[in-house]
Design a binder for this molecule. Structure first.
Ligand code: TXA
Ligand code: MG
Length: 331
């Protein structure tokens, strides 16, 4: 690397003395901090600092039209960013915050259009992870935090993933290492601007749980991925892709056949629950979701050319994982 391209990625354990203070000071200075949330690691910048927000896009290599989520302590901060906070939206926040639910609401004028991709809505989420919460408390205001990976690569669920993914990035990043993320897949993104709530990105907070609180129709915009207008800018088909070519097979039998067909190339077959010759993810949806990205990162590190994933069980609890592997496959 030439000296003019040099940048630094430093990893600090979350429980090191002063780590939280260091993170919030860096944010106040307009620098970027990667930190754990319960879903995935986020690349944080102070939401009120336009230059810092711009450098998030630069660090990720992400197009400027893809809006960012503003992370807040809780509903008490919502009106600093939202122009309206209806009772039924407040009810969702009361039920699921802090936690992996992102609410898309009308934005206040003070929210930079750099954050919203030029749009008039803003996405808000109160993370549950103690490190993210501690930094928000210390900072006293919101930060934006997309997943802390280069554009169109798998989201990081460990500090090492961040360091690997952002190694080629042109921006200095401090990584706060809080260990592996407990959820492992990105938050549910829910547009709550109308009478119908629209799930723009499925996550571990599912449609039934949302509907029970929302008290009105809840739509999934997810099935139209890759077709028609894009509901959530940034939901590109290959948004979660590993380096290896990932394919989803309709059944375990077809996955086995496909893997045999690809031999002698370096092929990994991924099953849900044990299967001879396969790399097994747990048969439980929440556990498999927690481990999926870590497994894909490891298979990449081991240089697999192909990853053949068998179709996960059809139950609704697998929807978020199904969405991510379908995107990673780019089909
Ligand atoms: O779990 C998560 O949400 C993680 C952690 C770090 O909090 N963050 C995350 O951010 O996944 P990112 O930037 O990788 O994904 C944000 C998603 C994108 O699909 C984006 O299009 C959508 O949220 N989004 C953000 N603002 C939006 C808006 N105003 N309207 C519609 N979709 C929006
Ligand atoms: Mg992302």
């Amino acid at each position: 690397m030439r000296p003019d391209e040099s940048r630094e990625i430093r990893i600090v354990p979350a429980d090191a003395p002063g780590a939280i203070e260091l993170a919030s000071r860096r944010l106040r200075e307009g620098k970027l901090v990667a930190l754990p949330t319960e879903t995935v690691y986020g690349l944080a910048a102070r939401a009120a600092d336009e230059a810092a927000v711009r450098s998030v896009f630069e660090a990720k290599g992400r197009p400027s039209t893809h809006p960012l989520i503003v992370h807040v302590r809780g509903a008490e901060d919502a009106l600093a960013y939202a122009s309206e906070w209806r009772p039924r939206v407040a009810a969702l926040a009361a039920a699921f915050w802090p936690g992996p639910l992102t609410l898309v609401v009308p934005k206040r004028d003070n929210v930079s259009s750099i954050i919203t991709g030029g749009g008039d809505s803003v996405a808000l989420r109160a993370p549950r992870h103690p490190v993210a919460r501690a930094v928000l408390e210390r900072l006293g205001e919101g930060f934006v935090a997309p997943s802390a990976n280069r554009y169109q690569t798998i989201s990081p669920t460990r500090a090492e993933h961040v360091a690997t993914s952002l190694a080629g990035s042109p921006v200095d990043v401090l990584v706060i290492d809080g260990g592996p993320c407990s959820e492992g897949l990105e938050s549910t993104v829910l547009d709550v601007r109308g009478d119908v709530a629209h799930i723009l990105r499925p996550g571990m907070i599912g449609r039934d749980a949302i509907a029970a609180v929302w008290g009105g129709p809840v739509d999934s915009v997810v099935s139209s991925v890759g077709e028609g207008p894009r509901a959530s800018p940034g939901m590109d088909r290959r948004h979660y892709a590993p380096q290896a070519r990932l394919e989803v097979a309709a059944s375990r039998e077809l996955a086995t056949l496909r893997a045999a067909e690809l031999a002698p190339r370096k092929v990994a077959r991924v099953s849900f629950g044990p299967s001879a010759g396969a790399v097994a993810l747990p048969a439980d949806a929440a556990e498999a979701s927690r481990e999926l990205y870590d497994l894909l990162h490891r298979l990449d590190a081991e240089g697999f050319e192909y990853v053949i994933v068998e179709a996960p069980p059809p139950e609704i609890s697998w929807e978020a994982l199904r969405d991510r592997i379908t995107r990673a496959a780019g089909d």
